[in-house]
Design a protein around this ligand. Structure first.
Ligand code: ZN
Length: 231
């Protein structure tokens, strides 16, 4: 993240949930709400102590969460992240449960589908991810004789992709929000694991050989990966 970016930390609300549990757990529901799960009969002083002890973690976590791009509203004019660019959303009155790209690059979604909220974007993101992942996997596996068993697109939140022991490849549909160069990087990275099932220097050297321009795609994910709207 650029240091010139404004940092705004919203006010924090607390909610204490008492239950039969034995330990106290702190969990952010969102950037503005911290849930405190506590055993019955925990004294307010004990909770205040914990909050004081954890204040650095609370501040850091809240800052991180408030940098996330918000989940888009399904209204005309809203900006939707697609392949690393913000595209305009248009709601069409058609009742055909369809979502598509217009010639001018807008994301057009039918009214009945838009009613489902931002979740309606997931099958669309999945389809785009599947298309580009197959495109790059074909390209790299043919050129470098890296044979994979299968490709699956899943909903992983913390991993862009993975390569199983038997060369089964998995990719998150969240990749559709990232630039093509980042998708290409993730695919090349997972295919490179077919030769090196680790992150040793030889792995990175091999990746640099098959995709010499991998760094910008990797850097985008490092900088923006944890800001993607959490659909
Ligand atoms: Zn890896």
């Amino acid at each position: 993240m650029a240091s010139s970016e404004p940092k705004f930390t919203p006010p924090l609300e607390y909610k204490i949930l008492y239950s039969k549990r034995k330990t106290i757990e702190l969990r952010f529901e969102n950037a503005n709400l911290l849930l405190i799960k506590a055993p019955k009969n925990t004294s307010p002083n004990r909770i205040a102590d914990i909050l004081l002890n954890k204040k650095d973690w609370i501040r850091k976590t809240q800052q991180k969460l408030s940098q996330r791009w918000p989940v888009p509203k399904m209204v005309t004019g809203e900006k939707i992240l697609l392949l690393g660019e913000w595209r305009e959303l248009e709601i069409s009155p058609a009742g055909n449960k369809k979502i598509s790209l217009s010639a001018s690059g807008k994301i057009v979604i039918s009214e009945d589908l838009a009613m489902q909220g931002a979740q309606a974007l997931i099958p669309f993101y999945r389809q785009i991810t599947r298309h580009w992942v197959h495109h790059f996997a074909d390209l790299y596996s043919q050129k470098w004789q890296l044979t994979y068993k299968s490709i699956r697109v899943n909903g992983a939140k913390t991993r862009w992709g993975s390569c199983g022991a038997r060369n089964t490849l998995n990719f998150s549909w969240r990749l559709a929000m990232t630039p093509l160069l980042s998708i290409e990087y993730v695919v090349a990275h997972e295919l490179a694991h077919i030769k090196h099932h680790n992150h040793s220097p030889s792995f990175w050297q091999f990746l640099g050989q098959i995709m010499p321009h991998y760094k910008p795609g990797q850097a985008w994910l490092k900088e923006n990966g944890n800001k993607l709207p959490q659909l």
